[in-house]
Ligand binder design. Structure first.
Ligand SMILES: Nc1ncnc2c1ncn2[C@@H]1O[C@H](COP(=O)(O)OP(=O)(O)OP(=O)(O)O)[C@@H](O)[C@H]1O
Ligand SMILES: [Mg+2]
Length: 379
């Protein structure tokens, strides 16, 4: 068994196209995180892979084998559903062992495997209980253990950690990764949480309205987003966006906004040539705004923005500072610093230096990135 290939997958429900031409590959042993807002088609994509929905068109292959017409139970998939789907009338032990029993694994093999999976997810004290005697987080771990106990050729997870508290979530994440490294099976992991996707995925696919907008490593999506949507979805706090007009001024190109005027670096000249005189959106990640004294580049009026400090939030390693532009109170933005900003800066106007090496520009209408092709290579 090699990887998963999905080719032009479409799923129409009456009047609603939930999955609209999705193609991707998951390598053998690869962990693909699938992220996107509610209703974008993540669960439907997994249900197509597992065979609980029939594709309207498109092909799904596991290795060389087309599985579209293969029954779910013969696809040999370990899946954790969004709503856990554990059986209420079976005990925890029976739930975890269910897939093994239905595959006629001998009872003496089932017991140690169930007990080991239960230990991994710290539910070994609960094996005799029924699901109604468990908390939501415990039920979720039963579902994880049940998927893990099987020797499946593909693993699919649909937001499996959403009901766990922060600490258990972290533990379960590590357990999933440990088991993944042991089994080295192609895995698709759905989550709402882009930081979880960043932490776990070899690559991340960002989905919107039934389509995949971009697939790449976390660093690629973060540093070279193809669209405003991807730029905004990946990274926390989110990328700052400013409306500007692009103007040619002798041999320079200016990005003129309500509150600042930047001189674009020469490498972007070609990328924006077709947009001179037009409105575009400038994107600046919070960590690419610097206190001028600490900026790792030369600070001039051409790369400086002024902001009124509204809120200072301490973080573990520095501060997140929420600002608005002084003359344009509606324009809010955020900067993250590796130093603590003293509270005395509250309500003060401060200059901030923009790292133009990491500037993003987006077409205001199509929201496609203009800078994608001219971004620096991902380190
Ligand atoms: N059986 C169905 N019949 C009709 N419409 C459906 C059906 N299942 C899903 N949909 C619709 O398809 C779209 C995608 O749903 P899906 O459950 O795949 O989204 P999702 O990305 O998993 O969202 P969430 O993050 O909220 O779980 C939604 O608009 C949903 O209402
Ligand atoms: Mg879902």
């Amino acid at each position: 068994m090699a990887g998963i290939t999905v080719d032009g997958l479409v799923k129409d429900f009456s009047g609603k196209t939930a999955v609209n031409g999705v193609s991707f590959e998951v390598g053998e042993g690869e962990f693909l995180a699938l992220v996107g807002p509610s209703g974008c088609g993540k669960t439907t994509t997994l249900r197509l892979l597992v065979g609980l929905e029939a594709a309207t068109s498109g092909e799904i292959r596991f290795g060389d084998r087309v599985v579209n017409d293969i029954r779910p139970r013969d696809r040999n998939i370990g899946m954790v559903f969004q709503d856990y789907a554990i059986f209420p009338h079976l005990t925890v032990f029976e739930n975890i062992g269910y897939g093994l029993r239905s595959r006629r694994v001998p009872g003496r093999e089932i017991k140690p495997r169930v007990e080991e999976a239960a230990r991994t997810f710290r539910i070994d004290q609960l094996l005799r209980r029924k699901p109604r005697q468990l908390s939501g987080g415990q039920r979720q771990r039963v579902a994880l253990a049940r998927a893990m106990v099987r020797d499946a050729s593909v693993y699919l997870y649909d937001e499996p950690l959403s009901n766990l508290d922060a600490q258990l979530r972290h533990q379960a994440r590590e357990d999933i990764m440990t088991l993944h490294r042991e089994k080295e099976r192609p895995t698709v992991y759905v989550t709402h949480d882009q930081s979880e996707a960043m932490a776990m995925g070899d690559r991340i696919a960002v989905m919107r309205d039934g389509q995949i907008q971009q697939i790449g490593t976390g660093a690629e999506l973060y540093e070279r987003p193809k669209s405003l949507f991807v730029a905004h979805f990946i990274g926390t706090p989110s990328i700052n966006l400013f409306d500007v007009e692009l103007r040619a001024d002798e041999d320079r190109i200016l990005a003129v906004g309500e509150a600042f005027s930047l001189v674009l670096p020469p490498r972007l000249r070609e990328a924006v040539a077709g947009h001179l005189g037009r409105l575009v959106k400038v994107g600046v990640r919070p960590e690419h705004l610097h206190v001028p004294k600490l900026a790792p580049f030369e600070v001039t009026a051409d790369n400086t923005l002024h902001g009124l400090v509204r809120v200072i939030e301490p973080t573990a390693t520095g501060s997140s500072v929420y600002l608005s532009t002084p003359d344009e109170p509606g324009v809010d933005f955020v900067a993250t610093f590796k130093v603590r900003m003293p509270a005395s800066y509250l309500d003060q106007e401060v200059p901030l230096a923009i790292d133009l090496d990491h500037l993003h520009l987006f077409d205001a209408e199509t929201e496609a990135s203009l800078t994608y092709g001219s971004s620096h290579a991902v380190s």
